[in-house]
Every structure is written in structure tokens, then in C-alpha cells.
Design a protein. Structure first.
Length: 57
């Protein structure tokens, strides 16, 4: 299924590290890692949406 294939690509380590940085008071590092994880998530979602729209599933 599509969900199973996409879950492997999610930036879980980046999200976890971002939360850890934010909780330890490293605001700039945490926000930077959060932005990176969000950008990767948006890119993955966009790619899946494009493929599904072309594939017609």
C-alpha cells in the first residue's frame, strides 16, 4: 500500500532531534531541525500527491 511505503521515508529522527533540542533550550537548532523535517515531509507529501494524480489510484 501507499501508506506503508511512505512511512519508511518520514523524517522521524529529525523530528525527534528537533523536539529534544527545543526541550533542552537550544531554540535555534530546534527550529532549524523542525523546519528541515517539515520541508522533507512536505516534499514527500507533494511527491506522493503528484504520483497518485498521474497514476489515478
Amino acid at each position: 500500500t501507499t501508506l506503508g511505503a511512505v512511512m519508511v521515508m518520514t523524517p522521524g529522527v529529525a523530528m525527534t532531534t528537533a523536539i529534544r533540542d527545543l526541550l533542552s533550550g537550544e531554540l535555534l537548532s530546534g527550529l532549524s531541525r523542525s523546519a528541515e523535517a517539515l520541508a522533507v515531509s512536505v516534499a514527500i507529501a507533494s511527491g506522493v500527491a503528484i504520483v497518485l494524480s498521474l497514476g489515478g489510484r
